[in-house]
Design a binder for this molecule. Structure first.
Ligand SMILES: Cc1ncc(COP(=O)(O)OP(=O)(O)O)c(N)n1
Ligand SMILES: Cc1nc(C(=O)O)sc1CCOP(=O)(O)O
Ligand SMILES: [Mg+2]
Length: 306
C-alpha cells in the first residue's frame, strides 16, 4: 500500500472515534516509509497536534514492522514498545520513582492549606497543594500548613511545583508539569528521586507521555479530558476516546484523569481504566464541598471499571 492508501484506511477505521477534533496541518516528514507517512498524515487529519502525529506515525510504523510488514488499519498503536518506551511496568525499572497506589481514588487539587485540610477531613484520599506564589517564605509556610492539615487523616499529600520545599517539609509526593520537568537537570531529577518522594507528571498527549515516561514517575496525569475554566490550557481538551487510548497504552502506571470532571462526567472518565479522578471546581466550587466530596466518592465506588 502507498502512503495515500494507508492514510485513507486509517481515517476510514478511526474517524468516527475522534469526532470533535478539527484537522491539523501535517508537519514535515522525516522518513520515506509509507506507513509512517500515511499514519502521520491520518493522525494530523484526526486532529492530533504535530508532535503527537509524529509519535503516532512512528508507532504505526513500529507496529507494522513487528507484524512482519503487515499493515492493519484497525490496530491503533497501544503497546509501550511501539512508542519506544522502556520495559513495563515502569516500577520494575532501576530508575523508577517511589511507587504510589495504583488507585489514588478521588484526588482534590487545592489552592491553599485550608482547602487541603478541608478535603482531607472530608475523607478525600489524595490531595494536592497547588499554591501559586513566587514568595518562597509564603510557599514554605503553606506547605508546612498543608502537611499539618493532613495529619491524623489518611490523605496522601502531593505538592505542586515546589519540589525542593516539598522534600524539606517531608510531603508524600510532588506533582510537576512538563515545563517544570524540562527545567530540571539530570542531577536534580536524581535528587528528587533519591528523596523518596513520589512524583506525578502532567501529560496532554502522546509526546508528553513519552517525555514523562523517560523519568519513570510514580503516576501520570492525563488531561485535560474536558474543557476547564480553571486555567488557560496550551492544548485542546483531549476527550474520552483519546483518554481511553492513553490509559490503555500507559496501563503500567497509576493514572489520574483531570480537567472538567464533575460527578456526572466522572463515570465516563473512570471507564477508561484510570485509577484516579482529579478535580478542582467540582469540590472547591461546590455550594457544599463536603456533600460534593461524598457524591464524587460514591460515584467512584459505584462506577463500572474498565
Ligand atoms: C493531578 C494533576 N494533574 C495535572 C496538574 C497540572 O499540573 P501542571 O502541569 O504543573 O500545571 P499547574 O497545576 O502548575 O498549573 C495538576 N496540578 N495536578
Ligand atoms: C490544574 C489543571 N491541570 C490540568 C491539566 O490538564 O494538566 S486541567 C487542570 C484544572 C482542572 O480543574 P477543573 O477540575 O476545575 O476543571
Ligand atoms: Mg505545576
Amino acid at each position: 500500500m502507498n502512503a495515500q492508501e494507508i492514510q485513507t484506511a486509517i481515517l476510514a477505521a478511526h474517524r468516527g472515534r475522534f469526532d470533535g477534533h478539527p484537522p491539523v496541518a501535517v508537519g514535515p516528514f522525516h522518513d520515506e516509509d509509507p506507513v509512517y507517512r500515511g499514519a502521520k498524515a491520518a493522525c494530523a487529519a484526526l486532529g492530533f497536534i504535530e508532535v503527537d502525529a509524529e509519535c503516532l506515525g512512528r508507532a504505526w510504523q513500529a507496529v507494522t514492522q513487528r507484524r512482519l510488514g503487515r499493515f492493519d488499519a484497525s490496530a491503533w498503536p497501544d503497546s509501550p514498545a511501539d512508542f519506544g518506551l522502556r520495559d513495563f511496568p515502569p516500577q520494575s525499572r532501576e530508575d523508577a520513582f517511589a511507587p504510589c497506589p495504583v488507585a489514588l481514588g478521588l484526588y482534590a487539587v487545592l489552592p491553599d492549606a485550608e482547602w487541603v485540610g478541608r478535603a482531607a477531613r472530608a475523607g478525600i484520599p489524595t490531595v494536592q497543594l497547588r499554591f501559586k506564589s513566587d514568595d518562597a517564605a509564603a510557599v514554605a509556610r503553606e506547605i508546612d500548613a498543608a502537611i499539618a492539615a493532613v495529619r491524623g487523616t489518611d490523605a496522601l499529600l502531593f505538592i505542586n511545583d515546589h519540589w525542593r520545599q516539598a522534600i524539606a517539609a517531608g510531603a508524600y509526593g510532588v506533582h510537576l508539569g512538563q515545563e517544570d520537568l524540562d527545567a530540571l537537570t539530570a542531577d536534580e531529577v536524581q535528587e528528587l528521586r533519591a528523596s523518596g518522594l513520589r512524583l506525578g507528571v502532567s501529560t496532554h498527549g502522546y509526546a508528553e507521555m513519552v517525555r514523562a515516561d523517560a523519568v519513570s514517575p510514580s503516576y501520570l496525569a492525563l488531561g485535560a479530558v474536558f474543557p476547564t475554566t480553571l486555567k488557560k490550557m496550551a492544548t485542546a481538551p483531549q476527550g474520552l476516546a483519546r483518554l481511553h487510548d492513553y490509559a490503555r497504552l500507559m496501563r503500567g502506571y497509576p493514572l489520574v484523569a483531570i480537567g472538567g470532571i464533575d460527578a456526572d462526567r466522572l463515570p465516563q472518565a473512570l471507564a477508561s481504566g484510570v485509577g484516579s479522578i482529579a478535580v478542582v471546581r467540582a469540590f472547591v466550587g461546590a455550594d457544599d464541598p463536603e456533600a460534593a466530596a461524598r457524591l464524587l466518592m460514591a460515584r467512584m465506588r459505584e462506577a463500572p471499571r474498565a
